[in-house]
Design a protein around this ligand. Structure first.
Ligand SMILES: [Zn+2]
Ligand SMILES: [Zn+2]
Length: 559
């Protein structure tokens, strides 16, 4: 089968991913398909943190395929719609839940139960029909077939509404399917976490009498005062459990740790129903006697179909139901995951994706600006010529490990040749790309250890009015162009920062970008040939020891 160029088109995406079983998340560049005729592209604004994100990150269910970008409680704004998309337009508030595809033809799909389709495609850690992997909502954007996109009602808050897309539909659908919505009936909600607290709110909206069942006594005032449950049952107190025997019509069991079912089945009335929606790692023991002698039923339920999920969102909007959330920044996610593992959250973390990924996005886009239109030249170790005090061996002033060039020199060192009268230096001069015309760019990430001062760390050699076109120098934690004349960066010790220096010879112009932001622009210094250097070269008032480290060195050009 041939693939057209159109089909191969990709959109750049950026998110946070885990690459191994530690589950630690870090920034991750990837791509998503171009928006097709049936697709909606969302700019993601918020994403809820579901307990299943944590299970998958740590491969607790045994089917994680790394790298994994989690997140299936996604809310955002439509930024592109395909030509066959009828229900959405650019600018609409939209949501995406637990799955992004299904076969569309099986019995389940035809009955609006896509959530039970054998070919369901989950929002992350799953595969599209074309073999590409699905990545979830801990990212800046997502492309989804219109059938799996939800309209997010206007009066539903985008942040606190996000958890409804998994937690909300899970409890709503189970209550609807098992006939647990009759006003006045008595519902027990076992477990007061992300699912449980939404279950209380939805059940109250149906007019049910609600009892929260929990093993922790401190949940009592939360349940009664904050969530307005009718009563609280402490499951770790045998006397209280005994007095509650035969009192409830239904139970939603949201507990995701292994736990005994017998005490819960005992508090059900004859004909009572227990629906389990938590997903414990180990099988639960099923006591058959209370089922048989009380005609009781135990069932399960997993999220809901698209039609019912839309119905649930509209129901929650009408009844002002949203989750209770702790809003976090993207870079707080690893701490949030540690807290979630200890159930230390009230009651759902939601990532402020729109505001906390944007900074990194800006610098990535800015970086595109600095290098777009340029061609990278090939560099190998032979293009790096080390200049060092002439009486020292290279390893006394230079190391190269794990991609990092480390260069150091002492103010008392000798020059780089016996006949030179210049200050001491340990520098790499880039060989093979000396130039006299065109536009040339040096790119690299730099790290200057605290204590280094009075040193040039990067330069463009060659000029007529002076020996160099530009010198980037370090003075007391500040990066400057030529001594202290132009300050480019403060507090720059002991951290990596990105440096892009662009020299347009014809226009006699030099620009310096730090971390993608233009920090310096000035005129060139003339001259007939130039090349790039980096390292340490003693300038005014140098410290005894000077050091700079560099990685990711690239030279680019355009003519
Ligand atoms: Zn979920
Ligand atoms: Zn299907």
């Amino acid at each position: 089968m041939s693939t057209t160029v159109e089909e191969q088109k990709q959109q750049k995406a950026f998110g946070w991913a885990a690459t191994d079983q530690s589950g630690t998340l870090s920034p991750f560049n990837f791509s998503r398909r171009e928006n097709g005729d049936e697709d909606v592209t969302l700019k993601i604004l918020y994403c809820g943190v579901c307990h299943s994100d944590l299970h998958v990150l740590k491969n607790e269910w045994g089917f994680t395929s790394y790298p994994v970008v989690p997140g299936h409680e996604i809310v955002g704004v439509a930024t592109k719609v395909g030509k066959n998309v009828t229900n959405f337009k650019v600018g609409d508030r939209v949501g995406v839940g637990v799955f992004v595809g299904s076969c569309k033809t099986c019995e389940c799909c035809q009955q609006d139960l896509e959530n039970y389709c054998p070919q369901i495609i989950f929002t992350f850690n799953s595969y599209n029909p074309d073999g590409t992997k699905t990545y979830g909502g801990y990212s800046d954007m997502i492309v989804v077939d219109q059938r799996y996109v939800l309209r997010f009602p206007d009066n539903l808050p985008l942040d606190a509404g996000a958890p409804l897309l998994c937690a909300g539909i899970t409890v709503y659908s189970s209550m609807k399917y098992y006939g647990m919505t009759e006003a006045g009936k008595h519902l027990g909600v076992a477990g007061l976490g992300g699912l449980g607290h939404v279950a209380v709110k939805i059940a109250k909206a149906f007019g049910l009498k609600v009892t929260v069942i929990s093993s922790s006594p401190d949940k009592e005032s939360e349940a009664i005062n904050r969530l307005e449950a009718d009563s609280f049952l402490l499951s770790s107190d045998p006397a209280k459990m005994k007095s509650a025997i035969g009192s409830m019509d239904y139970i939603i069991d949201t507990v995701s740790a292994a736990h005994p079912l017998l005490p819960l089945l005992s508090v059900l009335k004859v004909n009572g129903k227990l629906v389990t929606v938590g997903l414990p790692n180990k099988p639960l023991e099923l006591p058959v006697f209370p089922l048989v002698f009380g005609r009781k039923l135990v069932g399960g339920s997993d999220v809901g179909g698209m039609k019912e999920t839309q119905e649930m969102l509209d129901f929650c909007a009408k009844h002002n139901i949203a989750a209770d959330i702790e809003l976090i920044r993207m870079d707080e996610i690893n701490t949030a995951m540690e807290r979630l593992a200890k159930s230390d959250v009230r009651y759902r973390f939601v990532i402020d994706v729109g505001n906390s990924l944007s900074h990194q996005l800006m610098s990535l886009e800015a970086n595109d600006q600095t290098t777009s239109g340029f061609t990278q030249v090939s560099l190998s170790q032979s293009n790096f010529e080390l200049q060092r005090p002439y009486d020292k061996s290279p390893r006394e002033r230079y190391s190269f490990n794990n991609g990092v060039h480390r260069l150091w020199v002492y103010s008392t060192d000798k020059p780089h040749t016996p006949t030179s009268h210049t200050e001491p230096r340990t520098e790499i001069r880039i060989r093979g790309y000396d130039y006299s015309s065109g536009v040339w760019q040096f790119e690299g990430e730099a790290y200057i250890p605290r204590g280094t001062t009075g040193a040039t760390v990067m330069q463009i050699f060659g000029g007529s009015s002076r020996a160099t076109t530009i010198m980037l120098q370090v003075y007391d934690g500040e990066l400057a162009a030529y001594r202290r004349s132009e300050r480019l960066l403060s507090n720059m010790y002991n951290r990596w920062f990105k440096v892009n220096v662009i020299h347009d010879v014809g226009a006699s112009n030099v620009k310096v970008y730090i971390d993608g932001v233009l920090r310096y622009e000035g005129s060139g210094a003339g001259g007939h040939y130039h090349y790039f250097k980096f390292g340490v070269y003693a300038a005014d008032g140098p410290s005894h020891r000077m050091e700079s480290r560099w990685r990711g060195i690239r030279v680019l050009t355009k003519n």
